[in-house]
Design a protein around this ligand. Structure first.
Ligand SMILES: [Zn+2]
Length: 413
């Protein structure tokens, strides 16, 4: 595509591409399939939701997805050492690769009752939207391509990845984009996460998470009175840090989510620990915030009497990184963004750009084209036992994904 086209021209040209693709006979067949197979998609979604997939325990779900990929006839179905699952839709050798992914993991620890139920168009169950709906969307789209015998002009890799939620810290996606053959081969990635059609992610929310620990000699509350108290030092540092201002734009936030320490009411504790979550749309603000956190810790530590800052059992603190998600932004003239807009216009979907922390952070931070969109339908109660997914008009979301994907790959007539 020529660089001399204006942004308006490029969107118009994407719209022409999408309209042309949507009119092709086999694409029509695929879109119809996505509508007609709803009952089967529900069965898949309930089956998947009932397979446990806590962070670092996604293997059973991975096996389920591999089996489905094989049944669909995807090529080279495989999983890597972390448990990411891949299935190829092969157009020809040596063509660029477009990816569609959904995370397999949930926030629910092993032992959680993963029962599902169905009431009318609503499915209930922990993880049913986030992200069983996403995984089913990936399967549905792969299945529609096969059934309608569509021939994308470039290869597509369908991915079920591990480690998106919480302490998973995007480990699945990080691995994919740091290992051959995927890291260089995948040119663009469409991430499917949760329900809906009303947003598309254009900015990757960055986060840095730390575990902070103050340590000291500890002692008896009465006889060792005067010994610096790690709980007090920690509280003082966190209080100082929390008093600082953060910008509204780019939006930047912090949270102290966990605090623990001490052994009994009449002991001066030997240690106190806190877990802190820093977030920003800008990498620069994120670093600034981290800098301030370290300053506050240092200040508080340097106020401890010198005699307690030397020797074996001296007062000290550590800052341990426990999470790191890069911030990044999708350029406004990127192909994937124009395609989403063109598809949304074609399907009469109103969707708004969103700032979020998703698997798309990883390729975005590498300068690749990626966005995160929903799996259609509607959902709520994410990360709770009351989670639900409403299947009404799910096919609209599935059509959106299929058309966007075919816009990326092109179609051979
Ligand atoms: Zn999710």
């Amino acid at each position: 595509m020529s660089n001399r086209l204006s942004a308006g021209d490029r969107i118009a040209s994407s719209q022409t591409d999408i309209a042309r693709i949507a009119e092709m006979r086999n694409v029509h067949t695929a879109l119809l399939y996505l509508h007609n197979q709803e009952m089967e998609f529900r069965r898949w979604q309930r089956e998947l939701t009932e397979i446990p997939a806590p962070p670092f325990g996604e293997a059973a779900r991975g096996r389920w997805l591999s089996a489905r990929f094989n049944t669909l006839g995807l090529a080279d179905v495989q999983s890597d050492e972390l448990g990411n699952v891949f299935g190829l839709f092969r157009a020809s050798d040596h063509t660029p690769l477009a990816g569609v992914s959904a995370h397999l993991d949930t926030v629910f620890p092993l032992g959680t009752r993963l029962e599902t139920r169905e009431e009318g168009n609503r499915l209930y169950g922990p993880g049913i939207s986030d992200n069983a709906a996403g995984v089913i969307a990936v399967l549905a789209v792969a299945s529609a391509l096969r059934k309608a015998q569509i021939r994308p002009a470039t290869n597509i890799v369908f991915i079920g990845n591990v480690g998106e939620e919480g302490e998973g810290n995007l480990r699945g996606m990080r691995h994919i984009f740091s290992t051959a053959p995927w890291k260089d081969a995948i040119q663009s990635l469409l991430v499917i996460d949760g329900a809906g059609t009303d947003t598309h992610v254009t900015q990757a929310l960055g986060s840095r998470r730390f575990e902070i620990t103050f340590r000291g000699p500890g002692g008896h509350s009465w006889s060792d009175f005067g010994t610096p108290n790690p709980i007090v030092l920690l509280a003082r540092a966190l209080s100082r840090f929390s008093d600082g201002a953060v910008p509204e734009s780019p939006r930047t936030t912090f949270n102290i989510g966990v605090v623990h320490g001490g052994t009994s009411v009449n002991s001066i504790p030997e240690a106190a620990t806190a877990r802190v979550d820093l977030r920003s749309a800008s990498m620069q603000e994120l670093h600034r915030l981290e800098e301030r956190l370290r300053e506050c810790l240092n200040e508080v530590w340097s106020e401890v009497p010198l005699s307690f800052r030397a020797g074996e059992a001296r007062v000290r603190f550590t800052v341990e990184p426990i999470g790191d998600r890069p911030a990044a932004e999708l350029p406004s003239d990127s192909r994937i963004l124009q395609l989403i807009r063109a598809v949304d216009a074609h399907l009469r979907i109103k969707s708004i750009p969103r700032l979020a922390s998703t698997d798309a952070n990883v390729p975005l931070a590498l300068g690749k084209e990626a966005t995160t969109i929903g799996a259609g339908g509607d959902g709520g109660g994410a990360h709770t036992m009351r989670e639900w997914f409403d299947c009404t008009n799910r096919d609209l979301g599935l059509k959106r994904i299929l058309l966007c994907l075919l816009g990326l790959t092109g179609v051979t007539e």
